[in-house]
Design a protein around this ligand. Sequence first.
Ligand code: HEC
Ligand code: HEC
Length: 257
Amino acid sequence: MKLKTALALGAGFGALCTYADAFSAEVYSGYTLLRQETKDMQDDDFMNPGMGALARGAAMFTTPNAKGVSCASCHGADGKKLSAKRIAQYPVLDAKSKRPITLQQRVINESSERLGISTLKYESDDALSLEAFVRNIARGQEVNVQTDGAMTPFYEAGKKLYETRSGQLNMACSLCHDNHPGEKLRAQVLSQGQTNGFPLYRLATGKLTGTQTRFNQCFDAFRAKPYPFGSEEYTLLELYANAHGNGLKIETPAVRF
Ligand code: HEC
Ligand code: HEC
């Protein structure tokens, strides 16, 4: 069934479609669906419009606080003392809380706990720039999110959220991104909703866009109420969405329509 018909049918959608197993299909990056000129833009650091935000993140990384300490004091000016392999594992289980923590939340916590700067707001331009700088250190690494062991209940909870219908159109993430990738929806071709390029630059909005802002944009698109940035729900959803892309190469900062 075509997605447009499905959307028109609204609530009857799920009953009419067979559920594709979310993980049986081979994973691919949204990059593969881009027009050649957008691919070229992403691949060339001089043309990639996400690089401006990255430079801003790099500046934040090396700017000292009142005591002369910066992120770079501990992690090196280019951040290369941070492990790229480890960055590719986020969200990870936080040692203290024993709950998953996103990379952006970690960066925000580092800023407040180690530098005493508590002004970074989740999904703000600053937090995104700093997160983009850190995730870019892992560009080319394979996404490798833990889904077993102590992570299992969180992963399952994220999957449930991904498959939960809500809003006026009674849609769920999985209905578009698992059941209809490759199909056209208005001007866009649906991808698998992978997160391996985030934070990424959206040409449509002209902004560096975080994973959770993209979630908001999708919730808006199917007229459902989004969750707050940095909430437990969004952490679980990001955990599931990132794990969905295990094995894909990190592209941060990717370029998308
Ligand atoms: C005083 C030294 C210090 C400063 C300043 C500092 N960090 Fe860290 N950071 C650490 C240490 C030590 C760890 C590892 C701690 C642990 O294992 O939990 C860490 C962990 C991290 C991690 C997680 C890596 C992992 O293993 O999961 C990230 C990302 C990070 N820091 C980014 C930053 C950023 C961004 C800043 C600036 C806002 C910053 N750090 C400031 C010492 C520092
Ligand atoms: C009505 C269909 C629809 C639903 C439902 C939907 N999305 Fe999307 N989503 C889109 C479209 C269209 C795009 C832009 C094209 C693309 O990359 O698929 C998109 C893009 C994305 C992207 C960016 C992919 C990339 O490579 O840049 C992510 C991540 C995403 N969606 C996650 C979600 C999540 C999580 C949910 C559930 C909260 C959701 N989507 C629900 C239609 C949908």
